[in-house]
Design a protein around this ligand. Sequence first.
Ligand code: AMP
Length: 222
Amino acid sequence: MSGVDKALNLIFLGPPGAGKGTQAVFVTKEYGIPQISTGDILRSAVANQTPMGVKAKRYMDDGLLVPDDVVVGIVEERLASSDCDGGFILDGFPRTVAQADALGAMLKGAGRAVAHVISFEVDHSVLLGRLTGRRMCRSCGRGYHVLFDRPSAEGLCDACGGELFQRDDDKEETIRRRLDVYDEQTSPLKSYYADKGLLRKVDALGTIESVQSAIQCILVGR
Ligand code: AMP
């Protein structure tokens, strides 16, 4: 395939806790494109104790990045699925320049291209509070927050009644390491994509609704 790829191929770029997953849910509903979270795929591999999950677990528990070849393989396989033909949201990938290069090569080889890289701009000082308050449903994976997005019944998921838990890597010491890793290895992707004319910044400090409408403006080209 050659020519311009019109699919809504999106990358959500931002530190942990910036709200990428929350916003991806809205965009998925609005545009019918899948959210591809490498973190979710890895957590499921860990829970199922697959060979990949066993390998990834020690990096994730320490707040470090899983090796590039592992995550690139996950994404390559996932993007080949037909539900990605009309577009996709990459949430948490790429996280290194090597991953971004690999993504570029795999998309180019398939006649595809990134439409927008949405950069969630947020001060690190607020992220610690956001992340330590985060809870997740053990059954369906839906996210909550003890202050900003509480479930109706304490400790239980509104959507499926599953038990809410705190991710191991949302503990303070690990969060600090994840933020350092973001600064060192992932933030250079902002200039990488700005140089390609793909970077669109949103102020991720606002309300969920204001971030949502900022993203909507980008997607409809306003
Ligand atoms: P997340 O849910 O996106 O915060 O990811 C949780 C953890 O999964 C990260 O701290 C990493 O250990 C691992 N991970 C997720 N995505 C990637 C990626 N693109 N590259 C390397 N490691 C990743």
